[in-house]
Design a protein around this ligand. Sequence first.
Ligand SMILES: Nc1ncnc2c1ncn2[C@@H]1O[C@H](COP(=O)(O)OP(=O)(O)OP(=O)(O)O)[C@@H](O)[C@H]1O
Ligand SMILES: [Mg+2]
Length: 275
Amino acid sequence: MDSPASHRPVAEPLLKLDGVETYYGPLRALSGVSLTVVQGTVTVILGSNGAGKSTLLGTIMGVLDGQPQRGSVTFRGQRIDGMATEKIVRAGISYVPEGRRVFPELTVSENLKVGAYTVRDRQSTLRTLERVHDYFPVLTERQDQHAGTLSGGEQQMLAIGRALMNEPELLLLDEPSLGLAPLLVHQVFDIISQIRDEGVTVLLVEQNARMALKVADDGVVLENGELMVSGTAAELVDNDEVEELYMGAASTASTEEAASATSDTGDGDDVDLES
Ligand SMILES: Nc1ncnc2c1ncn2[C@@H]1O[C@H](COP(=O)(O)OP(=O)(O)OP(=O)(O)O)[C@@H](O)[C@H]1O
Ligand SMILES: [Mg+2]
């Protein structure tokens, strides 16, 4: 459906899913998922393990063969469901999948170059590279190091940096904070809000609901492949069910934090994820 160009609403959705259904063989992993992502926002997808969060991002990127079986995915007014992933990337969507996928045998700077493969304009690539180095100074220090020898946190930064090299309009991030120490988690969320402030729209999957809702503008909750709640981040924070189900872990961490504040270590942060 085309919107009349003269009366274009300010908050036009950049991405729109309508009645999306995705299957793994006979298993329906997404049922009737409809959501919109407004340009210039961070939207977070919350949900328990196995809820279908990664499947949702995979469906948008066209990495799941023949999926979605029903429904539509529209990016900037153009249908992208059924399109090849390569074309989706060229249309302006970058994707950082779960787990840090870098090319271990390539150096940091080679990984970033690979990320820019869709960009023709060399000047523009150099500007983006500068931006990525501003976001992640550690990548400058380590530019000649093989990516496989970076620490987990550094690899996550490289994976995000590489996705940005494609100069996306929309960045999909699958659990960027997973396995990072608290300080790095903060850094990653800071960078996500900077990326948004510079005009890149972000769709983020996170288990760390408390942190994610601080940065996000909007959010949705997936349960068993269905969208149960959607609203602004403030609405989600106030939602009792969201609090009980997804912020429970964070309150446990707060208790531990309070306990550790009386001990010698207490680095005073929300979560204590393993690295
Ligand atoms: N390749 C696959 N083949 C068959 N079933 C799959 C496949 N990938 C995922 N599933 C199933 O689809 C459902 C949704 O999985 P998905 O990975 O999207 O969940 P998730 O919300 O990302 O979970 P997590 O938080 O653990 O990453 C799960 O029941 C999972 O077992
Ligand atoms: Mg997942």
